[in-house]
Design a binder for this molecule. Structure first.
Ligand code: GDP
Length: 478
């Protein structure tokens, strides 16, 4: 479309006079009400570091696209979404596998188990969805990003070990989020098992069994031998009935990303948990800062589906980039709208990152390190798989050279993109690519913005390089 100078100025949040001066500098004489053609708009937008679509469409985003309430009569019962938490080695993974093996494979012969980050089982004609990333990392990541996907938490406590530090953490997380807890006292097959001691210890955290006058459900299980699994499933359904979990299946879908990665053959792949509405093949979607059209829906048994209703986890392809776990998604009727909103959200995201970062140059940073006012080196990590991102993040965060630390401001899976570079430029960060490369656009902008990109194939080398640089940065002669 075309815009006048003053309209474009408003969209760019600049003075019209400033734009006119810039246009003069570019050899274009313009007045305030003059209509600008696409080329001129592009020139100016580029000059301000925004893509044209962002500049043109950003004002359409003032509506909160995710906020829409349903009428009571449109709501239907939906399956509960369950997360399993607890201390390391208390049996979370074993329990998740055991539930899946006893409840899925038996009933749905022919399906081949796919690890898509979540799965669904049937119990007495009702469905239950499990997020199968054990531990509270997933839970925390999602909550940190403002997404609440869990309806019920299963707290696994080993009967031979009792309440441990991560048990306590899990309790805090669940309580903080207002999610009901069912306690699974695991490993009751063991000689040293003492379920009464577990109950006793948990009373300190206000988890009191009904037999003792409280209202917390305790189930004794052996994840290894499959004992108590049925009872545990029944208790989940009991709690979910009390919670009255509902959604409206007859509208476009919204929900949250459970997992995402770049697949060599299929491109960006994301597991979405539909939380409201129904997602269908062919729907246009905005997923975090990415967008596209749902090319295929694949369930946790590897079957292709046409639709996915509330509480259903489903893997999709067809996105333009890899979103992040915890990102929200929204389906749209047409792709153009999805694209506009997607690009607009990206622009908003950049803006937020720009305003959040303190604008120091590298020289300033060095001075400030010397003055002791800056205590961190900012890093963006991109890698081919989430595992490498986590490994790198963990190691970098441990670096501490005379009080100066590494601050990971952003991580992601997939190639280094334009938005990574823009963020790096804005926040004075360096970009580390592990087994990934910058795309053409990113490379060009990195050169223009002097953003340092470090590509590595060995995690140790990446860590070592930063550590050396930090030591150097502390050396006045550097
Ligand atoms: P996570 O770290 O909480 O995911 O724990 P895992 O599921 O990996 O289990 C840790 C160890 O405990 C493994 O060696 C399991 O085989 C064992 N384990 C898990 N559940 C049981 C159980 O019910 N009984 C016994 N005897 N061992 C179990």
């Amino acid at each position: 479309g075309s815009l006048t100078v003053s309209e474009l100025a408003a969209k760019l949040h600049r003075e019209a006079s400033e734009l006119i001066k810039k246009l003069m500098g570019l050899g274009v004489m313009a007045t305030i009400n003059q209509e600008l053609d696409r080329d001129a708009i592009e020139l100016l937008a580029t000059d301000y570091g925004v893509a044209v679509e962002d500049a043109v469409f950003i004002d359409e985003l003032d509506i909160d696209i995710y906020d829409e309430t349903d009428k009571e009569e449109d709501l239907q019962e939906r399956p509960p979404v369950v997360t399993i938490m607890g201390h390391v080695d208390h049996g979370k993974t074993t329990l998740l596998d055991s539930i899946r093996n006893t409840k899925v494979t038996a009933n749905e012969a022919g399906g081949i188990t796919q690890h898509i980050g979540a799965y669904q089982i049937s119990q007495a004609g009702k469905k239950i969805t499990f997020l199968d990333t054990p531990g509270h990392a997933a839970f925390t990541t999602m909550r940190a990003r403002g997404a609440q996907v869990t309806d019920i938490t299963i707290l696994v406590v080993a009967a031979d070990d009792g309440v441990m530090p991560q048990t306590k953490e899990a309790i805090s997380h669940a309580k903080d989020a207002g999610v009901p807890i069912i306690v699974a006292v695991n490993k009751i097959d063991k000689e040293a098992a003492n379920p009464d001691r577990v109950m006793q210890e948990l009373t300190e955290y206000e988890l009191v069994p009904e037999a003792w006058g409280g209202d917390t459900i305790f189930v004794n299980v052996s994840a290894l031998q499959g004992d108590g699994i049925d009872e545990l499933m029944e208790m989940i359904l009991l709690v979910s009935e009390v919670e009255e979990l509902k959604a409206n299946p007859n509208k476009l879908a919204t929900g949250t990303v459970v997992e995402a990665q770049l697949d060599k053959g299929r491109g960006p792949v994301a597991t979405l948990l539909v939380q409201n509405g129904t997602l269908s093949v062919g729907d246009a979607v905005v997923v975090g800062n990415t967008f596209g059209r749902v090319r295929a829906l694949v369930n946790d048994l590897g079957r292709r589906e046409q639709t996915a209703g509330p509480s259903t986890p489903v893997e999709i392809t067809g996105l333009n980039d890899v979103p992040q776990a915890g990102d929200r998604f929204q389906a749209f009727k047409d792709e153009k709208k999805a694209r506009q909103v997607g690009e607009g959200l990206m622009a908003r995201y950049r803006e937020q990152n720009l305003s959040e970062s303190s604008k120091v140059s590298l020289d300033d940073l060095f001075n400030q390190i010397q003055q002791g006012t800056v205590k961190d080196i900012r890093v963006i990590i991109k890698a081919d798989v989430q595992g490498s991102v986590e490994a790198m993040k963990g190691s970098l965060e441990k670096i501490n050279v005379e009080g100066v630390k590494v601050n990971i401001i952003h991580t992601g899976v997939g190639a280094i993109t334009e938005s990574d570079i823009i963020l790096a430029a804005a926040s004075n960060a360096i970009v580390i690519g592990f087994n990934v490369r910058p795309d053409t656009n990113a490379k060009r902008i990195a050169e223009a913005e002097n953003v340092d990109i470090r590509l590595h194939r060995v995690i140790y080398n990446a860590i070592d390089e930063i550590e050396q640089a930090m030591k150097g940065a502390l050396d006045p002669e550097f």
